[in-house]
Design a protein around this ligand. Structure first.
Ligand SMILES: [Zn+2]
Length: 473
């Protein structure tokens, strides 16, 4: 166990003995991933592009799936699941069952708290053209003020061929929106203002009035940006993002300042772990796709990235949905297994639910459990809650502790103050939906749910290395 009061391992147990965890992930890579992913839909697109490069093939849920082992993924809205299904081992000494081979799963979430566009967004107020916004999830509203904001998300449009609905990703990286702060002279006591989510988070778009018919309205401009006629836009999920690029900061470059660390940092670390685990792309005809997994009896690696965690996960693509369970069952069925093989696979599977963790705040140390200090730069965090706001049990904790040991990175153990309400994540939902042993973990950060968050650069590689060691089993 590592706390602020005990020495932190120096990583000398890393596979190459250099003290640097073996991983392709680093802080610069994380910044690029985040800046490519302003919305859950873009996070899936960014992930999908990297998976394709590594030889993963996209499947459609409406199609029959190939029986051949291989690298696959599918996207359901703002959620994505990727896996490597390996062939039956030719080694007769391998005890692992086939087709009931278990899975090792990394879960994370693609969504982050932000301000989202209302259905009738055009508002005229005091000579300003405004865009109506509302908070998504537990956005820390004060952090969204006085920032240059872009817009991203997806449009659902009538298919040009007639019949059906198609989706278009849309992204505006110009500073078109801003939620202006109230001047200090207009506050009642000059100590701050209480922000009302209904009245105080609409964004300035320009001067004048929408009713002048300026340029086809807000959605009309976005439709033009997406290359579709405005009248074809039937639905949308649009949100704002801070335009300041993610950056490696701090006195010696030891920090990462970025939006959406919660939870794109885990999406990035989990994706890096999966790609590092499966290894280089295999050629067609290589047969058993076991690249990167030394033990042919080991479990098959899975990465699942859920949308809608910040609003409770209860949707057709959130952690409460059937996404993970049905995909795992279909993998077993595609191998030639049956329901019994699926249930046997589930019984042997383990899931690491990765989300972020609260580093001990230097200005508010009293808000943290005094004997469970979490140090930024101190390595991945095991999150435990007796009231099951986190899914971690002794078995899951041991699995992740072993993974950290194999990766040569320190492990920190987090407990929330018993007199403060603890947040939750996809871990308890995943565990209860599937019956899979699940452990909640994260990387330390400050300012969770702010428009701009902060973490240690070294934790990016340490986190990804631990996740890779977990996947490799
Ligand atoms: Zn989160």
């Amino acid at each position: 166990m590592v706390t602020a009061d005990t020495p932190v391992p120096d990583g000398s147990g890393s596979p190459d003995g250099s003290g640097t965890p073996a991983t392709s992930a680093d802080a610069t890579g994380l910044c690029g991933f985040i800046d490519s992913s302003p919305s859950p839909f873009h996070a899936c697109a960014t992930t999908a592009a990297r998976l394709r490069t590594a030889g993963f093939r996209e499947l459609d849920e409406a199609d029959g799936w190939p029986a051949e082992p291989g690298r696959y993924f599918l996207v359901r809205g703002g959620s994505l699941i990727a896996w490597q299904s390996r062939a039956r081992s030719t080694d007769t000494n391998v005890p692992a069952p086939f087709p009931a081979r278990p899975f090792r799963i990394i879960g994370a979430h693609t969504d982050s708290p932000n301000l989202r566009v209302k259905q009738h967004p055009e508002i005229d107020s005091a000579g300003w053209r405004m865009v109506g916004l509302e908070p998504y999830g537990g956005a820390w509203l004060n952090s969204w003020l006085d920032r240059d904001l872009g817009v991203s998300g997806r449009l659902a449009v009538a298919a040009p061929s007639g019949g059906g609905v198609e989706h278009r990703l849309v992204r505006v990286d110009e500073p078109v929106l801003r939620v202006p702060q109230l001047a200090i002279h207009l506050s009642e006591d000059r100590k701050g203002v209480q922000l009302d989510p209904q009245r105080h988070v609409d964004a300035v778009y320009g001067l004048g009035a929408w009713e002048d018919g300026a340029a086809g309205g807000f959605l009309g401009r976005l439709a033009a940006r997406a290359g579709v006629p405005a009248e074809s836009v039937l639905g949308w999920e649009l949100m704002t993002h801070d335009l300041a690029p993610s950056a490696v900061t701090g006195a010696d470059g030891e920090l990462v300042s970025a939006p959406r660390l919660d939870n794109l940092a885990t999406c990035y670390a989990g994706l890096s772990a999966l790609l590092d685990t499966v290894g280089p792309k295999v050629s067609v005809g290589d047969g058993a796709d076991s690249g990167g997994v030394a033990d042919p009896g080991a479990a098959d690696p899975v990465l699942v990235l859920f949308d809608h965690e910040e609003v409770g996960s209860m949707s057709a693509r959130g952690a409460f949905s059937d996404l993970l369970g049905t995909v795992l069952e279909r993998i077993v069925l595609a191998r030639g297994g049956g329901r019994d093989d699926y249930l046997r696979a589930i019984a042997g599977s383990v899931c690491v639910s990765g989300d972020m963790a609260h580093a001990t705040h230097p200005n508010y140390p009293e808000r943290h459990e005094p004997r469970h200090r979490i140090r930024a730069g101190g390595g991945p965090v095991l999150k435990v809650n007796q009231n099951l706001r986190y899914a971690s049990d002794a078995t899951g904790a041991a699995e992740f502790a072993l993974a950290c040991e194999r990766a040569g990175v320190p492990l920190q153990r987090y407990v929330h103050r018993a007199d403060l309400p603890c947040g939750s994540t996809i871990g308890p939902i995943t565990a209860s939906r599937t019956g899979i042993t699940t452990v909640d973990v994260g990387a330390p950060q400050l300012a969770m749910h702010s428009a701009r968050e902060l973490m240690a650069a070294s934790d990016v590689a340490a986190y990804a290395a631990a996740l890779a060691a977990f996947l490799a089993g």
